[in-house]
Design a protein around this ligand. Structure first.
Ligand SMILES: Nc1ncnc2c1ncn2[C@@H]1O[C@H](COP(=O)(O)OP(=O)(O)OP(=O)(O)O)[C@@H](O)[C@H]1O
Ligand SMILES: [Mg+2]
Length: 387
């Protein structure tokens, strides 16, 4: 009996399909070369090189908007340092922590202890006990050697907002430890107390948004390892790059466009990826983003959206008053106050799902906020009623 997988595999070996290897199009893929980020990587290395001579490196902060290569550059520098340290037999560790995974000082320190071979429970100890266990790691070992540690705190804004700057205080006040913080905000230091700020030393590296040509270079490098030859039509990479340059020079978005365009072509059994695939990939990404946003909204906000959807379908002009009535009908007993609804409206507008427009109804009646849905009705309906 023939096997369907075998058939498919042999078909692929005759006619080259779209993809050579899809893994390089994944967000977590670390390319072995980061074009247009040589300067930033060199700057990180200039600070970190001290550790090879046994000196604790300066603390560094990387800033830049989303998709500008901060995570990639820090991981790249990390691999390079680990490689040379192994060759030179230098006692250094570089630990990467994504602060969306470890959102409190306790969790970060406990995780670092565990990675460095010092067992600490995930909860139950006092913060002081965990910090003491952490500091003990830096005592000289039997050969009199002391470990050097560099901690990369990626997406640190989340941790600072939630748990304050205690983590930076602890790390910067532990000998032999230096930190590399990664933030999306240039004013990130406003969240930090001055006593911590002074030990961060102001070593800052900025990651500017990529321009269209730079994005083209990034995509071309990636396309070479992930797509088969002559599969991408000439305008595909320039179009993905131009679209992503508009989205604040976001390389992640550029790669997403290219990957999704390739997937569409693959699904349609097309031999080539065209600019039409790219355009449709853009719609698909936006579509998925809206689904993601709506399905992760808190329940009461989803109900507000449900009320907006209901009124839109009734072809009603939606004032805040009318919206509140429709919302209380849906929520019944656990409805929140009228004041809160105003906050929700603001948040939904920020997310781009609705828009508001203030109109004047003449002197007697004053001004009213008119709310309009900004996303596709059917999409909203299916998302709201299938989560
Ligand atoms: N110069 C580059 N060369 C090759 N690939 C790159 C380059 N810059 C970014 N990328 C790729 O683009 C994607 C986004 O980059 P990265 O995750 O480093 O962005 P980021 O600045 O950390 O964004 P965020 O602030 O959202 O975390 C990754 O898949 C990364 O590999
Ligand atoms: Mg990142």
């Amino acid at each position: 009996m023939s096997n369907i997988f075998e058939e498919l595999e042999s078909e692929e070996s005759i006619a080259p399909t779209i993809f050579k290897d899809k893994r390089p199009l994944d967000h977590r893929w670390l390319p072995d070369k980061l074009v247009h980020r040589e300067d930033q990587i060199r700057q990180i290395a200039k600070y970190w090189v001290d550790v090879l001579g046994g000196v604790t490196p300066s603390n560094v902060t990387l800033y830049g908007k989303t998709g500008t290569g901060k995570t990639a550059a820090s991981k790249f520098a990390r691999e390079q340092l680990i490689d040379i340290a192994r060759k030179k037999n230098v006692f250094v560790k570089v630990e990467y922590i994504r602060c969306t995974d470890y959102t409190t000082e306790y969790q970060v320190i406990a995780e670092l202890c565990n990675r460095l071979g010092r067992d600490v429970p995930n909860r139950g100890w006092t913060k002081g006990e965990v910090v003491n266990a952490f500091r003990e790691i830096f005592r000289p070992d039997v050969f009199g050697r002391k470990l050097h540690l560099i901690v990369i705190l990626d997406e640190i804004d989340i941790l600072l907002n939630k748990d304050g700057d205690g983590i930076l205080y602890t790390l910067t006040r532990t000998g032999n430890v230096s930190v590399l913080c990664i933030s999306n905000y240039l004013d990130f230091k406003n969240l930090i107390d001055s006593r911590v700020n002074s030990s961060l030393n102001d070593k800052e590296i900025v990651f500017p948004p990529y321009g269209a040509n730079q994005l083209s270079d990034i995509l071309s490098e990636r396309a070479e390892v992930s797509f088969n030859e002559n599969v991408l039509e000439d305008d595909v990479i320039p179009l993905c790059s131009a679209m992503a340059a508009k989205e604040e020079g976001d390389a992640r978005y550029a790669l997403d466009l290219l990957k999704n365009a390739g997937e569409l072509a693959f699904d349609e059994d097309s031999d080539v990826v065209t600019i039409d695939h790219v355009r449709r990939a853009k719609d698909k990404i936006e579509h998925n983003k809206i689904i993601e946003i709506i399905s992760t909204l808190p329940l009461q906000q989803q109900r507000v959206l449900e009320a907006i959807l209901y009124l839109t379908k009734q072809k009603e002009e939606i004032s805040s008053g009318k919206l509140y009535d429709a919302y209380t009908d849906i929520s019944k007993k656990d409805a929140v106050t009228y004041r809160r609804i105003f906050d929700f409206i603001g948040e939904l507008e920020m997310l781009g799902i609705i828009s508001t427009n203030t109109i004047s109804r003449g002197r007697a009646k004053g001004r009213t906020n008119i709310i309009k849905l900004q996303c596709d009705e059917t999409l909203l309906e299916t998302t709201l009623f299938t989560i």
